[in-house]
Design a protein around this ligand. Structure first.
Ligand SMILES: Nc1ncnc2c1ncn2[C@@H]1O[C@H](COP(=O)(O)OP(=O)(O)OP(=O)(O)O)[C@@H](O)[C@H]1O
Length: 309
């Protein structure tokens, strides 16, 4: 088997009495986009900081690109790219100056710097903005500049912490195309997100909640093995019906979508539509169909129904 680019066992990180990462095991194979999917505060940033060697674990073992952390953190830094959650470039430097600065940090020669920067400006659509101050760019432009800076030294492994939180859907789509280009060129990528549609694009992902990994697999496999069934029904008084349904132990969640209710039921129900229609208060429901689970349904199931919306 090809050697994993990230291997973590029993990773724990405490801040005082608070456990931000609680026994994380992780294996990321090379050449894939691996996602961390989790709500605010679930530990995505802390996990990334542990895996980049910026933070030492309280317990556990981590090896990234063959480097044992935290001992070999300095050597690892040269081989990875890291795009932090907040824009971390200089707002009062121009696009080109920011990239030159990064090139100097990575020790590129003068001619290499010029060649690489011109290449990146073209790839990331920044060639008309070279003289613009980074602080005056739009969210999408900043994000492209941050990605260009993160890949300037051609890292084998790229960490991206919620990279698309400040960009519109079109820019997000383009950004993901760029990630797949990087992946096709041989890079491995770990990306954190709280967007379900983004998580679904990953080759593999881990669902994080309260510092714990609740599941990890390919999105399709997670959906196929979800352990629940999803039903949509139409009807009147949906707010009231929903309240009744979520009080049933067999119902994991119910959420309204326009004039329909989407209900997540335990897998044990052989005919979930008939079962739902037989529940008190549900007589007026109609047009019930069982539908394909989404990643959001998987998320609700795996996080122990903690979010009964
Ligand atoms: N330096 C720190 N000191 C104390 N607590 C911290 C520290 N860093 C993180 N935490 C706590 O650890 C938990 C996980 O935070 P983290 O930033 O890793 O979550 P996240 O999933 O990245 O959230 P978000 O999506 O909001 O960025 C939070 O409760 C946070 O308050």
């Amino acid at each position: 088997m090809t050697e994993a680019v990230i291997q973590a066992r029993g990773l724990v990180r405490k801040f005082g009495d608070f456990t931000a990462i609680d026994g994380l095991d992780l294996t990321v194979e090379p050449g894939i986009i691996y996602g961390f999917l989790g709500p605010n505060g679930s530990g995505k940033t802390t996990a990334i900081r542990l895996l980049t060697g910026l933070l030492a674990p309280t317990e556990g073992e981590v090896t990234v690109l063959g480097h044992r952390l935290p001992q070999a953190a300095e050597a690892l830094k040269r081989e990875i790219g890291y795009m932090t959650q907040r824009f971390s470039l200089y707002g009062d430097l121009t696009v080109r100056e920011n990239l030159k600065f990064m090139a100097r940090i990575h020790g590129l020669s003068g001619s290499e710097t010029r060649r690489r920067i011109d290449e990146l400006l073209a790839v990331y659509g920044l060639d008309r903005l070279t003289g613009q101050l980074a602080g005056s760019m739009s969210g999408g432009q900043r994000q492209r500049l941050a990605l260009a800076a993160a890949v300037l030294h051609r890292p084998r492994l790229l960490f991206l912490d919620e990279p698309t939180s400040a960009v519109d859907p079109e820019n997000r789509r383009d950004f993901w195309e760029q990630l797949f280009d990087l992946c096709a060129a041989g890079a491995s990528i770990l990306v954190s997100t709280h967007y379900m549609d983004e998580a679904e694009r990953c080759h593999k992902l881990a669902i994080l909640q309260s510092g714990r990994k609740r599941a990890d697999d390919a999105p399709q496999a997670l959906m196929a093995s979800m352990g629940g069934r999803v039903v949509e029904l139409a009807g009147a008084d949906l707010r009231q019906v929903k309240q009744q349904l979520i009080s049933l132990p067999q119902v994991r969640s119910a959420a309204q979508l326009g004039s329909r209710l989407r209900i997540l039921v335990d897998r044990q129900q052989p005919d979930p539509v008939a079962w739902l229609l037989a529940q008190p208060g549900c007589e007026g429901l109609h047009d019930g169909v069982e539908v394909r689970p989404s990643l959001e349904d998987v998320f609700v199931m795996r996080t122990a129904g903690a979010r009964r919306q």
